[in-house]
Design a protein around this ligand. Structure first.
Ligand code: PLP
Length: 391
Protein backbone atom coordinates (compact mmCIF):
# COMPACT_ATOMS: atom_id res chain seq x y z
CA UNK A 1 0.00 0.00 0.00
CA UNK A 2 1.26 3.50 -0.75
CA UNK A 3 2.26 5.73 2.14
CA UNK A 4 -0.47 8.06 3.31
CA UNK A 5 -0.33 11.85 3.17
CA UNK A 6 0.14 12.11 6.94
CA UNK A 7 3.47 10.30 6.64
CA UNK A 8 4.96 13.02 4.46
CA UNK A 9 5.67 16.74 4.63
CA UNK A 10 6.78 16.77 1.00
CA UNK A 11 5.07 18.97 -1.57
CA UNK A 12 2.22 17.47 -3.59
CA UNK A 13 4.31 17.90 -6.76
CA UNK A 14 6.98 15.60 -5.30
CA UNK A 15 4.56 13.04 -3.93
CA UNK A 16 2.52 12.81 -7.11
CA UNK A 17 5.52 12.64 -9.48
CA UNK A 18 6.79 9.71 -7.41
CA UNK A 19 3.45 7.91 -7.28
CA UNK A 20 3.50 8.47 -3.48
CA UNK A 21 7.02 6.97 -3.49
CA UNK A 22 5.65 3.67 -4.68
CA UNK A 23 7.81 0.61 -4.88
CA UNK A 24 6.62 -2.98 -4.90
CA UNK A 25 7.48 -4.59 -1.55
CA UNK A 26 8.16 -7.99 -3.15
CA UNK A 27 10.09 -7.09 -6.30
CA UNK A 28 11.26 -3.52 -5.75
CA UNK A 29 9.60 -2.51 -9.02
CA UNK A 30 9.03 1.26 -9.06
CA UNK A 31 5.77 0.93 -10.98
CA UNK A 32 2.75 -0.95 -9.63
CA UNK A 33 1.64 -4.18 -11.29
CA UNK A 34 -1.64 -4.49 -13.19
CA UNK A 35 -4.04 -6.99 -11.62
CA UNK A 36 -6.41 -8.19 -14.34
CA UNK A 37 -7.96 -10.73 -11.91
CA UNK A 38 -11.72 -10.51 -11.50
CA UNK A 39 -11.75 -12.78 -8.45
CA UNK A 40 -9.56 -13.40 -5.40
CA UNK A 41 -8.78 -16.67 -3.66
CA UNK A 42 -9.88 -18.00 -0.28
CA UNK A 43 -7.95 -20.33 2.02
CA UNK A 44 -9.08 -23.79 3.18
CA UNK A 45 -11.21 -22.21 5.92
CA UNK A 46 -12.87 -20.18 3.15
CA UNK A 47 -11.39 -16.91 4.43
CA UNK A 48 -10.14 -14.44 1.81
CA UNK A 49 -6.37 -14.58 1.40
CA UNK A 50 -6.48 -10.76 1.51
CA UNK A 51 -9.68 -9.52 3.19
CA UNK A 52 -9.58 -6.28 1.14
CA UNK A 53 -10.23 -8.11 -2.13
CA UNK A 54 -12.98 -10.51 -3.04
CA UNK A 55 -14.34 -9.67 -6.51
CA UNK A 56 -13.39 -6.92 -8.95
CA UNK A 57 -16.90 -5.51 -9.37
CA UNK A 58 -16.40 -3.96 -5.92
CA UNK A 59 -12.67 -3.30 -5.94
CA UNK A 60 -9.35 -4.23 -7.52
CA UNK A 61 -5.85 -3.76 -6.07
CA UNK A 62 -4.78 -1.83 -9.18
CA UNK A 63 -7.08 1.03 -8.15
CA UNK A 64 -5.26 1.57 -4.87
CA UNK A 65 -2.47 3.82 -6.09
CA UNK A 66 -4.60 6.02 -8.38
CA UNK A 67 -7.22 6.40 -5.64
CA UNK A 68 -4.57 7.24 -3.04
CA UNK A 69 -3.02 9.83 -5.38
CA UNK A 70 -6.38 11.49 -6.05
CA UNK A 71 -7.19 11.48 -2.31
CA UNK A 72 -3.84 13.14 -1.63
CA UNK A 73 -4.36 15.73 -4.38
CA UNK A 74 -7.83 16.61 -3.11
CA UNK A 75 -6.97 16.44 0.61
CA UNK A 76 -9.69 13.81 0.83
CA UNK A 77 -10.41 11.09 3.34
CA UNK A 78 -11.04 8.67 0.48
CA UNK A 79 -11.23 8.66 -3.32
CA UNK A 80 -13.05 6.16 -5.52
CA UNK A 81 -12.50 5.42 -9.20
CA UNK A 82 -15.42 4.96 -11.59
CA UNK A 83 -15.72 3.78 -15.17
CA UNK A 84 -16.33 7.35 -16.40
CA UNK A 85 -16.88 10.87 -15.15
CA UNK A 86 -20.60 10.39 -15.79
CA UNK A 87 -20.61 7.19 -13.72
CA UNK A 88 -18.98 9.13 -10.87
CA UNK A 89 -21.37 12.09 -11.13
CA UNK A 90 -24.53 10.00 -11.44
CA UNK A 91 -23.43 7.83 -8.48
CA UNK A 92 -23.93 10.89 -6.25
CA UNK A 93 -27.51 11.46 -7.45
CA UNK A 94 -28.39 7.77 -7.53
CA UNK A 95 -27.40 7.52 -3.85
CA UNK A 96 -30.36 9.82 -3.07
CA UNK A 97 -33.95 8.73 -2.50
CA UNK A 98 -37.08 9.19 -4.58
CA UNK A 99 -38.37 12.74 -4.08
CA UNK A 100 -35.13 14.18 -2.71
CA UNK A 101 -34.36 17.76 -3.72
CA UNK A 102 -31.13 18.85 -5.42
CA UNK A 103 -29.86 22.12 -6.87
CA UNK A 104 -27.76 22.18 -10.06
CA UNK A 105 -26.60 24.90 -12.50
CA UNK A 106 -28.83 25.80 -15.46
CA UNK A 107 -25.86 25.66 -17.84
CA UNK A 108 -23.39 22.90 -17.05
CA UNK A 109 -21.61 19.90 -18.60
CA UNK A 110 -24.31 18.91 -21.07
CA UNK A 111 -24.10 15.12 -20.54
CA UNK A 112 -25.06 15.53 -16.89
CA UNK A 113 -27.63 18.22 -17.73
CA UNK A 114 -29.37 15.73 -20.08
CA UNK A 115 -29.10 12.86 -17.62
CA UNK A 116 -30.62 14.99 -14.84
CA UNK A 117 -33.52 15.98 -17.08
CA UNK A 118 -34.36 12.30 -17.60
CA UNK A 119 -33.58 11.22 -14.03
CA UNK A 120 -35.73 13.99 -12.61
CA UNK A 121 -38.65 12.58 -14.55
CA UNK A 122 -37.98 8.84 -14.18
CA UNK A 123 -36.73 8.74 -10.58
CA UNK A 124 -38.81 11.52 -9.13
CA UNK A 125 -35.80 13.55 -8.04
CA UNK A 126 -36.76 17.20 -7.50
CA UNK A 127 -34.26 19.36 -9.37
CA UNK A 128 -34.02 23.16 -9.02
CA UNK A 129 -31.68 25.04 -11.32
CA UNK A 130 -29.68 28.17 -10.54
CA UNK A 131 -28.07 30.73 -12.79
CA UNK A 132 -24.33 30.70 -12.10
CA UNK A 133 -24.17 34.30 -13.41
CA UNK A 134 -26.60 35.68 -10.80
CA UNK A 135 -25.07 35.95 -7.31
CA UNK A 136 -28.39 35.40 -5.44
CA UNK A 137 -29.71 32.65 -7.65
CA UNK A 138 -28.12 29.74 -5.75
CA UNK A 139 -29.42 30.92 -2.37
CA UNK A 140 -32.92 31.23 -3.82
CA UNK A 141 -32.87 27.71 -5.26
CA UNK A 142 -31.84 25.99 -2.01
CA UNK A 143 -34.69 24.78 0.26
CA UNK A 144 -33.77 24.72 3.95
CA UNK A 145 -34.21 21.27 5.43
CA UNK A 146 -35.18 19.76 2.08
CA UNK A 147 -32.23 20.12 -0.29
CA UNK A 148 -29.88 17.15 -0.07
CA UNK A 149 -27.23 18.04 -2.64
CA UNK A 150 -26.04 21.32 -4.09
CA UNK A 151 -24.09 20.52 -7.25
CA UNK A 152 -21.78 23.09 -8.78
CA UNK A 153 -19.30 22.97 -11.64
CA UNK A 154 -16.55 25.59 -11.53
CA UNK A 155 -15.34 26.83 -13.96
CA UNK A 156 -18.54 25.67 -15.66
CA UNK A 157 -18.95 24.34 -19.22
CA UNK A 158 -18.84 25.96 -21.68
CA UNK A 159 -19.13 29.62 -20.58
CA UNK A 160 -16.57 29.12 -17.77
CA UNK A 161 -18.61 30.91 -15.12
CA UNK A 162 -17.05 30.65 -11.70
CA UNK A 163 -19.00 29.76 -8.54
CA UNK A 164 -17.72 30.70 -5.10
CA UNK A 165 -17.11 27.29 -3.49
CA UNK A 166 -16.77 28.59 0.06
CA UNK A 167 -20.02 30.58 -0.18
CA UNK A 168 -21.84 27.66 -1.82
CA UNK A 169 -20.66 25.32 0.97
CA UNK A 170 -21.93 27.73 3.62
CA UNK A 171 -25.31 28.03 1.92
CA UNK A 172 -25.59 24.26 1.47
CA UNK A 173 -24.59 23.45 5.03
CA UNK A 174 -26.90 26.08 6.53
CA UNK A 175 -29.76 24.31 4.73
CA UNK A 176 -28.64 20.83 5.85
CA UNK A 177 -27.40 19.92 2.35
CA UNK A 178 -24.03 18.71 1.09
CA UNK A 179 -21.97 20.43 -1.58
CA UNK A 180 -20.61 18.41 -4.49
CA UNK A 181 -18.23 20.08 -6.95
CA UNK A 182 -17.40 19.02 -10.50
CA UNK A 183 -13.80 20.21 -10.47
CA UNK A 184 -12.78 18.58 -13.75
CA UNK A 185 -11.74 21.86 -15.37
CA UNK A 186 -10.06 23.44 -12.33
CA UNK A 187 -8.12 20.26 -11.48
CA UNK A 188 -6.55 19.84 -8.00
CA UNK A 189 -3.54 21.78 -9.29
CA UNK A 190 -5.58 24.99 -9.20
CA UNK A 191 -8.42 24.32 -6.73
CA UNK A 192 -9.04 21.98 -3.82
CA UNK A 193 -12.80 22.22 -3.15
CA UNK A 194 -12.79 20.06 0.01
CA UNK A 195 -10.45 22.54 1.69
CA UNK A 196 -12.98 25.27 0.86
CA UNK A 197 -15.81 23.41 2.55
CA UNK A 198 -17.16 21.09 -0.18
CA UNK A 199 -18.20 17.57 0.85
CA UNK A 200 -17.57 15.70 -2.41
CA UNK A 201 -15.34 16.46 -5.40
CA UNK A 202 -16.01 14.86 -8.75
CA UNK A 203 -13.64 14.51 -11.70
CA UNK A 204 -13.93 13.23 -15.17
CA UNK A 205 -10.52 11.56 -14.90
CA UNK A 206 -10.80 11.11 -18.67
CA UNK A 207 -9.65 14.74 -18.85
CA UNK A 208 -6.69 16.40 -17.13
CA UNK A 209 -6.12 13.80 -14.42
CA UNK A 210 -5.11 11.27 -17.07
CA UNK A 211 -4.23 13.91 -19.63
CA UNK A 212 -3.59 11.78 -22.72
CA UNK A 213 -7.06 11.17 -24.19
CA UNK A 214 -6.66 7.41 -23.85
CA UNK A 215 -8.52 6.51 -20.65
CA UNK A 216 -12.21 6.82 -19.80
CA UNK A 217 -12.55 7.13 -16.02
CA UNK A 218 -14.11 9.15 -13.25
CA UNK A 219 -13.39 9.83 -9.61
CA UNK A 220 -15.15 10.99 -6.46
CA UNK A 221 -13.31 12.17 -3.37
CA UNK A 222 -14.89 12.90 0.01
CA UNK A 223 -14.13 15.10 3.00
CA UNK A 224 -15.75 12.58 5.35
CA UNK A 225 -16.98 9.03 4.93
CA UNK A 226 -20.51 10.00 5.93
CA UNK A 227 -23.73 8.08 5.28
CA UNK A 228 -24.10 9.39 1.72
CA UNK A 229 -20.53 8.37 0.92
CA UNK A 230 -21.09 4.88 2.38
CA UNK A 231 -24.08 4.46 0.07
CA UNK A 232 -21.97 5.56 -2.91
CA UNK A 233 -19.27 3.01 -2.00
CA UNK A 234 -21.81 0.23 -1.61
CA UNK A 235 -23.51 1.15 -4.86
CA UNK A 236 -20.25 1.13 -6.80
CA UNK A 237 -19.60 -2.41 -5.55
CA UNK A 238 -23.09 -3.51 -6.56
CA UNK A 239 -23.23 -1.73 -9.93
CA UNK A 240 -19.64 -2.34 -11.07
CA UNK A 241 -19.25 1.10 -12.65
CA UNK A 242 -15.49 0.68 -12.36
CA UNK A 243 -12.58 1.11 -14.77
CA UNK A 244 -10.53 -1.78 -16.09
CA UNK A 245 -7.32 -2.54 -14.23
CA UNK A 246 -5.34 -1.37 -17.24
CA UNK A 247 -7.18 1.98 -17.30
CA UNK A 248 -6.56 2.45 -13.57
CA UNK A 249 -2.89 1.72 -14.17
CA UNK A 250 -2.71 4.21 -17.06
CA UNK A 251 -4.41 6.78 -14.85
CA UNK A 252 -1.79 6.54 -12.07
CA UNK A 253 0.85 6.98 -14.77
CA UNK A 254 -0.89 10.03 -16.24
CA UNK A 255 -1.33 11.55 -12.78
CA UNK A 256 2.44 11.60 -12.24
CA UNK A 257 2.81 14.43 -14.77
CA UNK A 258 -0.36 16.29 -13.74
CA UNK A 259 1.32 19.40 -12.33
CA UNK A 260 3.60 20.11 -15.30
CA UNK A 261 0.90 19.39 -17.87
CA UNK A 262 -1.79 21.45 -16.21
CA UNK A 263 0.44 24.43 -15.45
CA UNK A 264 1.75 24.56 -19.00
CA UNK A 265 -1.70 24.19 -20.56
CA UNK A 266 -3.22 26.83 -18.24
CA UNK A 267 -0.42 29.28 -19.04
CA UNK A 268 -1.03 28.68 -22.76
CA UNK A 269 -4.78 29.23 -22.31
CA UNK A 270 -4.18 32.51 -20.44
CA UNK A 271 -1.93 33.74 -23.27
CA UNK A 272 -4.50 32.81 -25.92
CA UNK A 273 -7.37 34.40 -23.98
CA UNK A 274 -5.57 37.74 -23.63
CA UNK A 275 -4.39 37.64 -27.24
CA UNK A 276 -7.94 37.34 -28.62
CA UNK A 277 -9.64 39.71 -26.18
CA UNK A 278 -10.65 42.77 -28.19
CA UNK A 279 -9.70 41.05 -31.48
CA UNK A 280 -11.75 42.58 -34.31
CA UNK A 281 -13.11 39.18 -35.37
CA UNK A 282 -13.97 37.99 -31.87
CA UNK A 283 -17.12 39.25 -30.13
CA UNK A 284 -16.21 37.78 -26.73
CA UNK A 285 -13.54 35.71 -25.02
CA UNK A 286 -14.82 33.58 -22.15
CA UNK A 287 -12.03 32.71 -19.73
CA UNK A 288 -12.09 33.05 -15.91
CA UNK A 289 -8.50 34.36 -15.84
CA UNK A 290 -9.32 37.55 -17.75
CA UNK A 291 -9.65 40.53 -15.40
CA UNK A 292 -12.68 41.59 -17.48
CA UNK A 293 -14.43 38.30 -16.72
CA UNK A 294 -17.34 38.49 -14.23
CA UNK A 295 -15.89 35.66 -12.14
CA UNK A 296 -12.33 36.96 -12.05
CA UNK A 297 -12.22 37.98 -8.37
CA UNK A 298 -13.69 34.70 -7.14
CA UNK A 299 -11.41 32.79 -9.52
CA UNK A 300 -8.39 34.61 -8.07
CA UNK A 301 -9.53 33.74 -4.56
CA UNK A 302 -10.10 30.02 -5.16
CA UNK A 303 -7.77 29.11 -8.05
CA UNK A 304 -4.02 29.03 -7.44
CA UNK A 305 -1.35 29.12 -10.11
CA UNK A 306 -3.67 29.43 -13.11
CA UNK A 307 -7.24 29.42 -14.32
CA UNK A 308 -7.44 26.19 -16.28
CA UNK A 309 -6.95 25.24 -19.89
CA UNK A 310 -10.50 25.77 -21.18
CA UNK A 311 -11.72 28.86 -22.98
CA UNK A 312 -14.40 29.80 -25.48
CA UNK A 313 -14.37 32.35 -28.27
CA UNK A 314 -17.62 33.83 -29.59
CA UNK A 315 -16.84 34.92 -33.12
CA UNK A 316 -18.55 37.83 -34.84
CA UNK A 317 -21.10 35.96 -36.92
CA UNK A 318 -23.42 33.03 -36.49
CA UNK A 319 -23.33 29.28 -36.14
CA UNK A 320 -22.11 28.77 -39.73
CA UNK A 321 -19.33 31.30 -39.24
CA UNK A 322 -18.13 29.55 -36.09
CA UNK A 323 -18.21 26.12 -37.78
CA UNK A 324 -16.28 27.58 -40.73
CA UNK A 325 -13.59 28.99 -38.39
CA UNK A 326 -13.20 25.60 -36.68
CA UNK A 327 -13.04 24.03 -40.14
CA UNK A 328 -10.04 26.20 -41.04
CA UNK A 329 -7.99 25.19 -37.97
CA UNK A 330 -4.99 23.05 -38.82
CA UNK A 331 -3.11 22.72 -35.53
CA UNK A 332 -6.18 22.25 -33.34
CA UNK A 333 -7.96 18.93 -33.83
CA UNK A 334 -11.72 19.18 -34.23
CA UNK A 335 -12.98 16.88 -31.48
CA UNK A 336 -14.95 17.00 -28.27
CA UNK A 337 -13.40 16.41 -24.80
CA UNK A 338 -10.75 18.33 -22.91
CA UNK A 339 -7.71 18.09 -20.68
CA UNK A 340 -5.39 16.22 -23.08
CA UNK A 341 -1.88 17.36 -23.95
CA UNK A 342 -3.15 18.10 -27.48
CA UNK A 343 -5.35 21.11 -28.26
CA UNK A 344 -8.94 20.58 -29.43
CA UNK A 345 -11.62 22.84 -30.88
CA UNK A 346 -15.33 22.15 -31.12
CA UNK A 347 -18.52 23.89 -32.11
CA UNK A 348 -20.22 23.30 -28.79
CA UNK A 349 -23.85 23.92 -29.79
CA UNK A 350 -23.59 21.24 -32.52
CA UNK A 351 -22.11 18.75 -30.04
CA UNK A 352 -24.84 19.42 -27.47
CA UNK A 353 -27.78 19.16 -29.88
CA UNK A 354 -31.04 21.01 -30.39
CA UNK A 355 -31.89 22.02 -26.81
CA UNK A 356 -28.41 23.45 -26.19
CA UNK A 357 -28.36 26.80 -24.35
CA UNK A 358 -24.92 27.52 -25.86
CA UNK A 359 -24.70 30.44 -28.35
CA UNK A 360 -24.28 29.33 -31.97
CA UNK A 361 -21.24 31.55 -32.50
CA UNK A 362 -19.27 29.90 -29.66
CA UNK A 363 -16.19 27.76 -30.22
CA UNK A 364 -14.87 25.80 -27.24
CA UNK A 365 -11.12 25.29 -27.06
CA UNK A 366 -9.27 22.78 -24.90
CA UNK A 367 -5.71 24.04 -24.75
CA UNK A 368 -2.80 21.61 -24.66
CA UNK A 369 0.90 21.89 -24.06
CA UNK A 370 2.04 22.73 -27.59
CA UNK A 371 4.05 25.91 -28.32
CA UNK A 372 1.52 28.66 -27.67
CA UNK A 373 2.59 30.74 -30.68
CA UNK A 374 1.57 27.88 -32.97
CA UNK A 375 -1.87 27.77 -31.34
CA UNK A 376 -2.39 31.53 -31.59
CA UNK A 377 -1.26 31.58 -35.23
CA UNK A 378 -3.63 28.75 -36.06
CA UNK A 379 -6.68 30.55 -34.64
CA UNK A 380 -5.54 33.82 -36.28
CA UNK A 381 -5.30 32.31 -39.74
CA UNK A 382 -8.63 30.51 -39.30
CA UNK A 383 -10.36 33.77 -38.32
CA UNK A 384 -8.76 35.61 -41.23
CA UNK A 385 -9.73 32.90 -43.73
CA UNK A 386 -13.44 33.11 -42.94
CA UNK A 387 -15.57 36.07 -43.82
CA UNK A 388 -17.20 37.21 -40.61
CA UNK A 389 -20.46 39.08 -40.37
CA UNK A 390 -21.59 41.12 -37.38
CA UNK A 391 -24.52 39.63 -35.54
N1 PLP B 1 -17.77 16.79 -16.18
C1 PLP B 1 -17.20 17.57 -17.08
C2 PLP B 1 -16.89 18.99 -16.71
C3 PLP B 1 -16.88 17.09 -18.36
O1 PLP B 1 -16.31 17.91 -19.26
C4 PLP B 1 -17.20 15.74 -18.66
C5 PLP B 1 -16.92 15.19 -20.02
O2 PLP B 1 -16.71 15.91 -20.97
C6 PLP B 1 -17.80 14.95 -17.70
C7 PLP B 1 -18.07 15.50 -16.46
C8 PLP B 1 -18.15 13.51 -18.00
O3 PLP B 1 -16.99 12.74 -18.01
P1 PLP B 1 -16.81 11.38 -18.87
O4 PLP B 1 -16.81 11.77 -20.31
O5 PLP B 1 -15.52 10.84 -18.37
O6 PLP B 1 -17.98 10.52 -18.53
Amino acid sequence: MPETKSQSRLAAETRIAQGLHYSDPETGAVMPPIHPATTFARDREHELVNPAHSYTRADNPTYALAEAMIAELELAEQALLFSSGMAAATAVFRALKHGDHVVVPEVMYWGLRHWLNAFEHDWGLQVSRFDARQPDSLAQAIRAGETRIVWIETPCNPLWDVTDIRAAAELAHAAGAQLAVDSTVATPVHTQPLALGADIVMHSATKSLNGHSDVLAGALACRQRNALWQRIVRQRGEDGAIPSAFDAWLLQRGLRTLFVRVREASANAARIASHFEGHPKVAQVLYPGLPSSAGYEIACAQMQGGFGAMLSLCVHGDRRTAIAVAGRCNVFTRATSLGGVESLVEHRASIEGEDSPVPGNLLRFSIGIERVDDLIADIEQALQAVELTDT
